[in-house]
Structures are given as structure tokens and as C-alpha cells.
Design a protein around this ligand. Structure first.
Ligand code: SF4
Ligand code: SF4
Ligand code: FES
Length: 363
């Protein structure tokens, strides 16, 4: 008969739970619920050996255990620290943890570009959420932001290295689900960057999943890029008979047009089933999919604002141009890339020395 794993009692922000030995503080907090779970930018439950890179999940252990009730001398990364019996932890209730998290967010943002208005991740970006909850109104950073020579990662995936927070999730995903090392973090410290070895394109059949695990807009889908904003789209759960993957995906509609296909995610924004590149990049028509139901969207997501209308996904929402132009069609529509070149290396907003002001946008 197998021995039962002993249970450990842990209290997080005043909520007590019993969890099996070996559970981390972060996992225990998630079992309690969203109100006590620390943010996690690098830990990813579906992958092995993640966490310990970003420090956003730091918490204060005010009591180590019943056996040794001394507090831990420093804040700890909750994704890498296992619970002890009788442990007491402060997350949102700990001033020290909240102040430290503000510092981590400030560090994550010092080199980050002001791309949100043109970034495909906007609306589902964990860094935006973190900045909103813990960020400061102003930057204290006075130096030039880091810039990179653009690198081509192949036909389907776009890398914006200046948005990368070096969480290593994409590297672990490529290592663990594609079965071969596709890319990695080159160099160290403030020179570190994501790169493919020898400029090799990421062409594995499952590599598209790196787009879904990236918490920011550093890796985006070239087949969807700049085509729409996520809050105008309506995601539905759908499946297809796929010989390569489970075929269970989320299909994102505007009107009756499929704009993108992604993997389905759970309440922690982590992929439930990895999908293959064919489902993700090539199946962009309703006839390719069996629609199940409107996807459940977290109530704090901006995507939830685009309410479903009758005949889910098939009724086109009001287009605002005609409305504001008294029924007339616009004579000219410009592609933001032709006009702003905001992501061109020579015009990158991240090259602005210090915070941008209205002067930076004049020309
Ligand atoms: S990744 Fe994109 S949406 Fe997120 S904070 Fe950066 S620029 Fe904004
Ligand atoms: S590209 Fe995205 S997933 Fe990869 S290390 Fe950077 S932030 Fe993380
Ligand atoms: S989530 Fe724990 S260090 Fe990143």
C-alpha cells in the first residue's frame, strides 16, 4: 500500500488551507483563489522547471512553520518555495511584499517600449495588468532604452525583443513540447536576449505555442498581427479533427470572419492543450471548425467588454467609421505601419531618451 503524502497547513493573507507536502506557496495560494494568488510572469503550471526568473511572485513568510516559527529573513519567490506545516505568508497583506513588487515592476519597465497602442498583446498583456496594479505613474529612468537588431524567426512568429522580459517560458516550451532545442537566451545580464541558434527559423509543428505562453507582446502571430484589437473579437471554443494535436482551440471572430486561432487557456491564463501550427495558422475559416460555445472570459478582462450578440460570432458589430462620418465611407484608410513606422528600428519609441512627451510625436 502506498504511503499517503502528509498534509501541510499554510495560511496566506489570513486564509488557511491544507495542501500535500511539496506544494509551493504559489500553488497553495492558487488553490485558495485569485484574491490571494501572487502574480506570476515566469512560472507556468503546464511546463516543468519554470519560475524563479521574474520575482513578481515574491511574498513575505512571517512564520516559517510550527516547528520553527521564526520568519524568513528575506522575501521569497513563492513559485519556488515549498510550504511547511504551520507556515504563515503575507502576499497582498504584506507591505514589504507589495513594495518589493512595485520595485520589480519598475525594473521590468525600465527598458520596455511605449508600444501598447500598437502592440498586439494589449488587452491581454500580463505586464499591462501588473503595471496597472503595481506600477508608478512616472519613470525614474533617465538612460536610453535598450534596442536590438531585428531578428527574423520565420514565417509565422514575430519577435519584438525590446518587449521581452526574459521569463524563459518560450525557451522551456520549445525544449519540452517540440522535443528539440529551437531557441534560447543568448548572452547574460543586461545583454541577454532571445535568439535562434545560427538564425535558424522556428519551424517545428508545435512552435506556435510560444506565442500563447509569452506573457507580453514579444512573440506575436504574424498571421494576426495588426489585423484587429483583441477587445473587438469574440472568442469561441471550437474543435476540429486534427491528426497532429487535440484540435481543441479558441477561434476569435469579428463578425463572421476568423481573425486568429489560439490554444484554450485556464483561469491562470495557462494553455490547457497545446495546438499545432496547422490549426493555429492555417485554419482560419468557419468551415474548418466545429463551434462548441462562447469562451468563458475572466471578468476582469477587457475582452469581456465585447459582449456576444445573437448568433454568436456571426453578427457583425457596428463599425464606427460610418457612424461618426454620418453614413459615409472613409475615402482613405491608412495602415498604421505605413504611417507611423513605430516599430521600425530607426523610429522605435524605445529609443527616446527618457519618458516620451508630445514633442516626440510631432513629426
Ligand atoms: S507587451 Fe505590449 S501591451 Fe504589454 S506592456 Fe508591452 S507594449 Fe504594452
Ligand atoms: S519572448 Fe516572451 S516568453 Fe520568451 S522569454 Fe521573452 S517574454 Fe518570455
Ligand atoms: S513567477 Fe515566481 S519568480 Fe517568476
Amino acid at each position: 500500500m502506498s504511503e499517503q503524502t502528509p498534509l501541510m497547513k499554510v495560511t496566506i493573507d489570513g486564509h488557511t488551507i491544507e495542501v500535500p507536502a511539496g506544494t509551493t506557496i504559489l500553488q497553495a495560494a492558487r488553490m485558495i483563489g485569485k484574491e490571494v494568488a501572487p502574480p506570476a510572469m515566469c512560472y507556468y503550471g503546464k511546463l516543468e522547471n519554470t519560475g524563479g526568473n521574474c520575482r513578481t511572485c515574491m511574498v513575505e513568510v512571517t512564520k516559517g512553520s510550527d516547528a520553527d516559527p521564526r520568519p524568513m529573513p528575506k522575501l521569497v519567490a513563492s513559485c519556488r518555495t515549498t510550504v511547511m506545516d504551520g507556515m504563515e505568508v503575507g502576499n497582498k497583506s504584506s507591505e514589504k511584499a507589495v513594495t518589493a513588487r512595485e520595485g520589480v515592476v519598475e525594473f521590468l519597465l525600465i527598458n520596455h517600449p511605449l508600444d501598447c497602442p500598437v502592440c498586439d498583446q494589449a488587452g491581454e498583456c500580463k505586464l499591462q495588468d501588473l503595471g496597472y496594479e503595481h506600477g508608478k505613474e512616472e519613470t525614474r529612468y533617465e538612460f536610453e532604452r535598450r534596442t536590438f537588431v531585428p531578428e527574423d524567426l520565420g514565417p509565422n512568429i514575430q519577435l519584438h525583443m525590446n518587449r521581452c522580459i526574459l521569463c524563459y517560458r518560450c525557451v522551456k516550451t520549445a525544449d519540452q513540447i517540440t522535443g528539440c532545442r529551437e531557441h534560447g537566451v543568448m548572452f547574460r545580464g543586461d545583454h541577454a536576449e532571445i535568439s535562434t541558434y545560427l538564425g535558424k527559423a522556428l519551424d517545428n509543428e508545435f512552435i506556435g505555442n510560444v506565442i500563447d505562453v509569452c506573457p507580453v507582446g514579444a512573440l506575436t502571430d504574424k498571421t494576426f498581427r495588426f489585423k484587429n484589437r483583441v477587445w473587438f473579437l469574440k472568442p469561441v471554443d471550437a474543435h476540429r479533427d486534427c491528426p497532429t494535436c487535440s484540435g481543441k482551440a479558441q477561434v476569435w471572430y469579428r463578425g463572421d470572419e476568423v481573425f486568429r486561432v489560439t490554444a484554450r487557456k485556464n483561469e491562470w491564463n495557462e494553455v490547457e492543450d497545446w495546438i499545432c501550427n496547422t490549426c493555429r495558422f492555417d485554419k482560419k475559416e468557419t468551415k474548418d471548425w466545429v463551434i462548441e460555445q462562447p469562451s468563458v472570459i475572466s471578468k476582469d478582462s477587457v475582452i469581456r467588454q465585447g459582449h456576444y450578440q445573437a448568433n454568436i460570432g456571426t453578427k457583425k458589430p457596428n463599425e464606427t467609421f460610418k457612424k461618426v462620418m454620418s453614413g459615409r465611407d472613409p475615402k482613405l484608410l491608412l495602415d498604421i505601419h505605413d504611417v507611423s513606422q513605430v516599430n521600425e528600428p530607426n523610429r522605435d519609441l524605445s529609443q527616446i531618451n527618457g519618458p516620451a512627451t508630445s514633442k516626440d510625436f510631432k513629426d
